[in-house]
Design a protein around this ligand. Sequence first.
Ligand SMILES: Nc1ncnc2c1ncn2[C@@H]1O[C@H](COP(=O)(O)OP(=O)(O)O)[C@@H](O)[C@H]1O
Ligand SMILES: [Mg+2]
Length: 347
Amino acid sequence: MSAQRPMRLAVLFGGPSEEHDVSLRSARAVLKNLDPSRYLIELVGITREGGWLRPASSRRLLDGEEVPEPGGPPFLPEGVDCVLPVLHGPGGEDGRIQGWCEMLGVPFVGSDSTSSQVALDKVWTKTILRYHQIQVPSWSEVRRAAFAAEPSATVRRVAQERGFPCFVKPNRLGSSIGISRVENPDQLTHALEEALRHDTIALVEPEVPGREFEVAVLDGDPPFVSEPGEVVMDGWYDYEAKYVSDRAEIVVPAQDLHAATHNRLREIALRVFEVLRMRGMARIDFLVMKSSGRVYVNEVNNIPGFTDISMYPQLIALGGVAFSEMLDRLVEQATGRKAESVLTTPV
Ligand SMILES: Nc1ncnc2c1ncn2[C@@H]1O[C@H](COP(=O)(O)OP(=O)(O)O)[C@@H](O)[C@H]1O
Ligand SMILES: [Mg+2]
């Protein structure tokens, strides 16, 4: 690509996941921060039904207006130099679009298809982290078919394995959709039904009572690892606390944090980024147990929220890298690794 020609950047947003609305919010913030002199921006909106939209309809989707067409199969505008997927949850963050870009040989921002699949899958993430001796809350896995066949026996087993209170989650989602905090066996039955409406696999974890921290990683040589931020709230960080009410406050940087814990969170965040072979960006979320000070990795986000109120851009900005510069870096990294596409990487 010549230095004069602005880069043609396809920004993907929306999508079939239940995090569709969050993606629209992230995309609006991203578009505000992309330097128009640097990029020719191609909007590619994806409807809730999975239809890929041409530019005029994409703009309408982004602006929250009615879209007059169903959209078509996946496509990229002519001559795109790089893809920026601002998509959360299954169908966008889970490796499928990344794998499609890899097959097409088009550079894209963020982790490759394998890492994306792992990072969106809570059970796989925990399994790999545990193998690397990175602490995660213990868990029980429940499959939809097994639960349907033997609901009471499943609830008895899980209650015995994890105790109460516990958290029940769909395996591959985000934004706390489908998650419940559970205090007794009756609630556990309902919570499993709810989680299994969203995914064929649910997981159940004991509650880690304490504080909740998040660390942002921006790839580079070496990667930039942010200060920890804290989510301070009453109760837990459910969808309503994340996007609707002001029950949760994002504190950047986290206050009153023991130096040893501070360092440990950053060290572990980098290790997680490395062992999961992530690229571009990641937000690593932690639970720190109040009684023991033990640090657990709760989950990993390979396409973190980019909304105006999101933690990731705030943590990166705290490190001196503004939102627009962060986007430039991500795109530069993505295009710099074009040669690594699946078509040219020896197997
Ligand atoms: N084991 C746990 N102990 C305490 N709180 C938890 C636990 N698991 C989840 N939570 C709470 O639920 C929220 C959402 O869970 P999380 O695994 O991060 O799902 P999501 O991918 O939807 O964000 C967390 O931010 C935290 O507040
Ligand atoms: Mg989370």
